[in-house]
Write a protein that binds this ligand. Structure first.
Ligand code: FAD
Length: 299
């Protein structure tokens, strides 16, 4: 499970001689990867600076530089502190020497995995995130498949429930994105987020999806829903002050509307009649209304 959380260094320097040809060939692949995956990986050749903080480490790095230069790698030994500090302004502590390999670089692990995931998805490959391989299946001594523990790996539609306590979907990269309205609302109190809502969300997930508790948690976060009394947004250019156009209160379902709302705001800002009627979204409706409408998160 390292690839998504790795540091993201893309390095040839310091490699075992047996591995150096692979590392050099890998850099050639990295150089063209954004184009091949049609997505940014964050790859850039920024060099790799390896510091020696004692004479012993300096001798070690000098040997490594000598070996790697002999193997044809462009790498230099920096003995002057000023040269090292020029590469990293603000570098502190005892630094006596360094190696610098300008052809080394770095990439953004999450972007790389996302780019590969999306490329697989585009070409029709199905991945089974959260589906551990339990057994190799063989026929006549030959591997013909694997037995996995399925976790709705073919979930296509966005899935929700009528009271909006949970909604989920499967991302392009195969991960599940799970969200809850009621649970999170209960969890967000005056003193800040509590774990209760999160636990309730997990319980709903376990009830809904076979094998869900086998999934690994990659990330969790809590966001606030800007909820209006009727769960509809406000989109208007109020009479005063002149020149102001506002759009807010999407009550948990504004992501889908966002691109259109941008166009509507553009109309309002430019003083044009909006391309769709906005009568239902004026803020003065709250003068007549009372009570609260349910939030529908999904879809
Ligand atoms: C903190 C850290 C920093 C690192 N920094 C760097 C760096 O800067 N540069 C560098 O080159 N390398 C770095 N590495 C090493 C690098 O990340 C790994 O060598 C590389 O990502 C390994 O890729 P992998 O595909 O072999 O394994 P992984 O990325 O670990 O993938 C293995 C996959 O197999 C899945 N799996 C395991 N068991 C089963 C099963 N039974 N059924 C189905 N699936 C299963 C796992 O869930 C996982 O998704 C770093 C590693 C770590 C941990």
């Amino acid at each position: 499970m390292a690839s998504g959380v790795t540091l993201g260094g893309v390095r040839q320097s310091g490699r075992d001689p047996a591995e150096l040809p692979l590392a050099r060939a890998a850099v050639a692949v990295w150089s063209d990867l954004d184009r091949r995956l049609d997505a940014p990986t964050g790859y850039r050749r920024t060099g790799n600076l390896r510091l020696a903080r004692s004479d012993r480490e300096a001798a070690q790095i000098a040997r490594m530089v000598e070996d790697q230069r002999a193997a044809g790698l462009e790498i230099e030994f920096l003995a002057a502190r000023r040269a090292i500090r020029e590469l990293v302004p603000g570098l502190r502590g005892k630094v006596v020497a360094a190696s610098f390999c300008p052809g080394d670089g770095q990439a953004e692990p999450a972007s790389v995995l996302g780019a590969y995931g999306a490329a697989l998805w585009r070409t029709g490959v199905t991945t089974g995130e959260g589906e551990p391989v339990r057994e190799l299946l063989t026929r006549a001594g030959r591997v013909v498949g694997v037995r996995t523990l399925p976790v709705a790996s073919r979930l296509g539609p966005v899935l929700g429930v009528a009271n909006a306590e949970i909604a989920l979907r499967r991302q392009c990269d195969g991960c599940f994105r799970v969200t809850g309205a009621a649970g999170l609302h209960r969890a967000v109190g005056a003193e800040g987020p509590r774990l209760g809502g999160f636990a309730a969300l997990l319980a709903s997930l376990a009830e809904l999806l076979e094998g869900a508790m086998e999934l690994r948690l990659a990330e969790s976060w809590i966001g606030f829903l800007d909820r209006t009394p009727d769960a509809l947004s406000v989109i208007e250019a109020p009479p005063v002050p002149e020149g102001l156009a506002i759009a807010f209160g999407f009550s948990g379902h504004g992501f889908a509307l966002g691109p259109l709302v941008g166009c509507l705001l553009c109309d309002l800002v430019l003083g044009r009649p909006p391309r769709l009627s906005l009568g239902a979204f004026r803020s003065d409706r709250f003068r007549e209304q009372s009570g609260r409408a349910a939030v529908i998160l999904h879809g």
